[in-house]
Design a protein around this ligand. Structure first.
Ligand SMILES: NC(=O)c1ccc[n+]([C@@H]2O[C@H](COP(=O)([O-])OP(=O)(O)OC[C@H]3O[C@@H](n4cnc5c(N)ncnc54)[C@H](O)[C@@H]3O)[C@@H](O)[C@H]2O)c1
Length: 299
């Protein structure tokens, strides 16, 4: 990764020289120097071994696959989820494979549950190196004119306010350590208005804003924040769509745009991207939203 120092010296050269060739050669020298340092310090690992990682929504789907992948990299994983039994099952699967994990069960839209997740991570694993804000629910594909207050509040609370509140609680620990990686699970609905109902679309556009704001505000504190934007993925998320009226205005309108979605992903394909963004392999990637969608975002 190019150091701040090297970048500043490049900027200085740029403002003092009018010779294009000279600037080019200064850039090349600085990059060559930094590359040498990077190669020398890299041992080819993801840098995740021994790290303390929180994964929310890790009892099912993308979160579960992500927890298993982090554990396989040698990370210690806090499995945070509403579903206590399934969270314990994720922990058991990790332990059976020789990994380390603990479960914290509860609704992450409750401040007390957020406090408990942070406290357990610090007490049991010595800090928090990585936070994956992944827990989320669907809406009922409803258009704005039909969204109830209850649906709006529930979707925004779980998909947007909870990731913000957990991040806010984790930040002091990352700031104290001088490093951290945050990965948010956004959605194709962060990128377009035709992937879900109004409440979910707004919540996931908010996750994109949260990601970018964190990336800017904390980049010189050693904390990187990125997001994945999954397209259709095989998980249990449909269970959160109770009340869906397939004949309603919202679902019928969105249905007309579903011809471009491409191949459905597995949860593990999403997990691979999350683990990459949290790893040292992504050490200079900050503020990106990475579609994992078989090219849907490119259509
Ligand atoms: N599956 C898809 O097609 C898809 C597409 C785009 C984005 N996503 C996003 O991926 C993320 C993971 O979803 P998934 O598809 O794996 O679904 P999933 O239902 O399989 O897993 C979600 C997990 O989050 C947990 N959860 C829900 N509300 C919670 C709360 N208040 N507190 C704590 N835990 C809670 C659930 O118990 C569940 O274990 C979500 O943010 C979702 O919006 C999914």
């Amino acid at each position: 990764m190019m150091s701040h120092r090297a970048f500043l010296s490049l900027s200085d050269r740029k403002s003092y020289s009018r010779n294009g060739a000279k600037i080019h050669s200064a850039v090349e020298r600085a990059v060559a120097h930094e590359c040498k340092e990077t190669v020398m310090s890299s041992n080819g690992s993801t840098g995740l071994s021994g790290r303390s990682v929180i994964v929310t929504g890790a009892a099912s789907g993308i979160g579960r696959a992500t927890a298993l992948r982090f554990a396989a990299e040698g990370a210690k994983v806090v499995v945070a989820d509403l579903n206590a039994e399934a969270a314990k099952e994720t922990v058991a699967a990790i332990e059976a494979a020789g990994g380390t994990a603990l479960a914290v069960a509860g609704d992450l839209s409750e401040p007390a549950v957020i406090a408990e997740v942070v406290a357990q991570s610090v007490a049991s694993f010595g800090g928090i190196d990585v936070l994956v804000n992944n827990a989320g629910i669907m809406d009922t594909m409803t258009a704005a004119g039909e969204v109830t207050d209850a649906e709006w509040d529930r979707v925004l609370r779980i998909n947007l306010t909870a990731p913000f509140a957990l991040t806010r609680a984790v930040l002091p620990h990352m700031l104290e350590a001088g490093h951290g990686a945050i990965v948010n699970t956004a959605s194709e609905a962060s990128l377009r208005g035709s992937a879900a109902g109004t409440a979910y679309t707004v919540s996931k556009h908010g996750v994109l804003g949260l990601t970018r704001s964190l990336a800017v505000m904390y980049r010189d504190k050693g904390i990187r924040t990125n997001a994945i934007a999954p397209g259709g993925t095989v998980t249990n998320i449909h269970t959160s769509m109770a009340g869906l009226d397939t004949e309603g205005h919202g679902p019928r309108t969105i249905g007309a745009y579903m011809g471009n979605v491409g191949r459905t992903a597995s949860a593990d394909e999403q997990a691979a991207a999350i683990v990459f963004l949290a790893s040292d392999a992504a050490s200079n990637i900050n503020g990106v939203i990475l579609p994992v969608d078989n090219g849907w975002a490119a259509v």
